[in-house]
Design a protein around this ligand. Structure first.
Ligand SMILES: Nc1ncnc2c1ncn2[C@@H]1O[C@H](COP(=O)(O)OP(=O)(O)OP(=O)(O)O)[C@@H](O)[C@H]1O
Length: 242
């Protein structure tokens, strides 16, 4: 007899989406204006586990606002966000921070790297927030993450001594260090020359595809956006799939 709580070998894999956004709106109060502006209006988005989605839109369309909400860094005014089946909107701030730390890695155009630190120290920073790992273990994981992005020979270089593309690879290694099932990337190659940008994007896509991580990419670059499984356009506060 099979107990209902025992998983049967060969059963269908879980189909819980990485992200499920329902009816999300966001308004901002503008100084000197009586009425708030609506930046996001009834947004719906589902990104399957391991899926790659891109979000495009003109400057000011609300891409970063949406990404901040998807990354649980900001709360919507209406609607809900579920991350791997957990309704994050209903959680208190601490619960959201914990879910964020366990499941999401961020790669931004602004690297937010601390220039005085070595690549190894920089990449290990998220493990300090997590707590509970010995220094030796943190170093081993950081070395592993830097090796994955091809920087095994630059472990002890200060970030200020690295090129823009190398710095962005450090940022990717840092985003991967806690093994997130979802990566959020906001114009990750916006500051790089086209050849280096391509190499960094190849790395990001490869990392997502090979490891089955979901990736949500915000970009102005349409040809880059088309490499995703689904392309979504943000315009007038509405998100439409194209
Ligand atoms: N904290 C805030 N307070 C008031 N207005 C805001 C705030 N954050 C964003 N906005 C406004 O919301 C709109 C969308 O901004 P957002 O940064 O999300 O756009 P974006 O699509 O990412 O633009 P870009 O491509 O130029 O980075 C803009 O009009 C911006 O001024």
């Amino acid at each position: 007899m099979t107990r209902p709580d025992v998983k049967v070998a060969g059963a269908a894999p879980p189909t819980t989406p990485a992200v499920e956004v329902t009816g999300v709106s966001k308004r901002f109060k503008i100084r000197g204006k009586p009425d708030p502006i609506t930046v996001l209006d009834d947004i719906r988005l589902t990104v399957p586990s391991g899926g790659i989605a891109s979000i495009v839109g003109l400057s000011g369309a609300g891409k970063s606002t949406l990404l901040n909400i998807l990354g649980l860094l900001d709360q919507p005014d209406d609607g809900s966000i579920s991350v791997f089946g957990t309704n994050a909107t209903a959680l208190p701030e601490r619960g959201r921070a914990s879910l964020r730390g366990k499941t999401i890695g961020f790669v931004f155009q602004q690297l937010n790297l601390l220039s005085g630190r070595t690549a190894l120290q920089q990449v290990a920073v998220p493990l300090l927030y997590e707590g509970g790992r010995a220094l030796r273990e943190r170093r081993r994981l950081a070395e592993e993450a830097l090796t994955r992005v091809g920087l095994q020979d630059r472990l002890h270089s200060k970030v200020s001594e690295l090129s823009g593309g190398e710095q962005q690879r450090v940022a990717i290694a840092r985003a991967l260090i806690r093994d997130p099932r979802l990566i959020l990337a906001d114009e990750p190659t916006g500051a790089l020359d086209p050849v280096t940008a391509d190499q960094v994007m190849d790395l990001l896509f490869r990392t997502a595809r090979e490891d089955g991580r979901a990736l949500i990419l915000v970009t102005h670059d349409l040809s880059l956006a088309r490499r995703a499984d689904t392309v979504h356009t943000l315009d007038g506060g509405r998100l439409t799939a194209s």
